[in-house]
Design a protein around this ligand. Structure first.
Ligand SMILES: [Zn+2]
Ligand SMILES: [Zn+2]
Length: 139
């Protein structure tokens, strides 16, 4: 009873090792090039909804410093002075830039309905094509 199982186990181990080799090679020096191709061709090229908003840099209305709000639900605390805001006050602060969560580049951003909403509604990364879209159904 043990002999056939041991043979099977050895066979599986051999297969696993053979399968692992090409994957390990992919993690080598070519990793960056491979992941760049991935972002251009796979479906993971963006997110939607306020909860998935890219990290934002806001301007502190008190001292003019940059405040990084990494997550849309994080409180907005100035690292230089005592200014502190809740995430609900985001529309009242000046948005300086959005940072691409994939490659950390500065994103291009804008609004689609500036007369209805006073917040950023879309952002695109020109480096890796990551795109974020605010969804109005979330309102
Ligand atoms: Zn400040
Ligand atoms: Zn990017």
């Amino acid at each position: 009873m043990t002999d056939p199982l041991q043979t099977l186990f050895r066979g599986l181990k051999g297969t696993g090792r053979r399968l692992l080799k090409p994957l390990q090679r992919g993690d080598g020096p070519n990793k960056f090039r491979l992941s760049a191709v991935d972002t251009a061709t796979t479906t993971h090229d963006g997110d939607a909804g306020w909860a998935k908003r890219p990290p934002a840099t806001l301007e502190c209305p008190r001292c003019g410093s940059d405040i990084l709000q990494h997550n849309a639900r994080d409180s907005i605390d100035c690292p230089r002075c005592v200014a502190e805001f809740s995430y609900e006050e985001f529309p009242e602060l000046e948005l300086k830039r959005l940072t691409c969560p994939v490659c950390r580049s500065e994103m291009v951003h804008g609004q689609r309905h500036p007369e209805q909403l006073d917040i950023v509604e879309w952002a695109t990364c020109n480096d890796c094509r990551y795109h974020w879209e605010f969804k109005h159904s979330y309102l």
